[in-house]
Design a protein around this ligand. Structure first.
Ligand code: HEC
Ligand code: HEC
Ligand code: HEC
Ligand code: HEC
Length: 155
């Protein structure tokens, strides 16, 4: 599985951009198959409903209300899914890989524990929008868990 994961990373790096980009994502349901508590908490959140605010919206809206490569490419899901924050998961979302913290970081699982790293990911969408009502998150909002951090997957 490690070899497969690394091969996927190479494909993502070397392959044609559009096809490889879609292949880099597994989707929130696939993450949730192993992380049921996080899936349930996320489903109850505004991020899971973010697509509803922009039904039939142009790609520039789905850059923040979706998951994928918008606005440069397509949005593959009309939701702020797991991978919008944690990073595209095809390369790291396998059971044996996920247990190796150093390796999954190198395969694209973002470090959201460090405040600076987390702030940078959130600020990709939560930022001042010229002429809009968009606001950056306050430090208190940033520090609050976006979904409860619960028990680890059992070995
Ligand atoms: C096949 C099962 C499986 C799938 C699918 C899976 N994970 Fe995991 N995940 C695990 C296991 C096992 C761990 C390690 C738990 C531990 O360390 O006790 C883990 C750990 C994590 C961690 C914590 C890592 C750390 O270093 O703190 C995050 C975040 C995470 N997974 C996110 C995701 C996301 C996002 C997806 C979908 C792209 C995903 N996982 C898909 C099994 C899975
Ligand atoms: C730069 C990222 C970004 C872009 C681009 C963006 N939005 Fe948003 N939008 C957000 C964020 C973040 C929120 C929620 C927090 C806030 O208001 O600051 C939000 C909130 C909303 C809400 C309120 C949701 C609710 O349930 O109350 C609507 C409606 C909305 N956006 C529509 C749109 C439409 C339509 C477009 C495209 C024209 C768009 N947004 C583009 C980031 C963005
Ligand atoms: C809006 C951003 C965001 C979304 C969407 C999101 N997460 Fe997270 N996730 C975080 C942050 C932030 C943390 C906390 C990291 C830390 O403090 O170590 C986290 C932590 C985790 C952890 C580690 C939990 C632990 O015990 O340490 C797992 C597993 C996880 N998320 C899975 C998921 C899954 C599965 C989904 C989708 C169903 C998801 N996340 C959606 C931001 C997000
Ligand atoms: C891909 C873009 C994106 C990312 C990344 C993102 N958000 Fe959001 N967030 C949104 C959008 C869009 C909404 C509004 C959804 C709606 O109401 O329709 C939102 C809503 C919220 C809300 C309001 C929830 C509510 O119940 O009113 C909070 C708080 C929030 N996000 C925190 C965070 C934090 C913290 C992070 C980083 C760990 C983060 N978000 C990352 C796009 C994003």
């Amino acid at each position: 599985m490690r070899a497969l994961g690394l091969a996927l990373v190479l494909c993502a790096a070397l392959g044609g951009r559009a096809r490889a980009d879609r292949a880099a994502y597994v989707g929130s349901a696939a993450c949730g198959a192993c992380h049921a508590a996080e899936l349930a908490a996320w489903q109850a959140s505004a991020h899971a409903r973010a697509g509803q605010a922009v039904v039939r919206a142009p790609r520039r809206c789905l850059a923040c209300h979706g998951t994928g490569d918008a606005p440069a490419g397509a949005a593959y899901w009309a939701e702020v899914g797991c991978e919008a924050c944690h990073g595209p998961g095809a390369a790291y979302a396998a059971d044996d890989l996920m247990r190796d913290r150093g390796l999954v970081r190198r395969l694209g699982l973002r470090d959201l524990a460090a405040p600076a790293g987390r702030a940078a990911v959130c600020a990709g969408c939560h930022r001042d929008g010229a002429g809009t009502r968009l606001m950056p998150l306050t430090p208190a909002e940033l520090a609050r868990p976006v979904h409860p951090v619960t028990a680890r997957v059992q070995p």
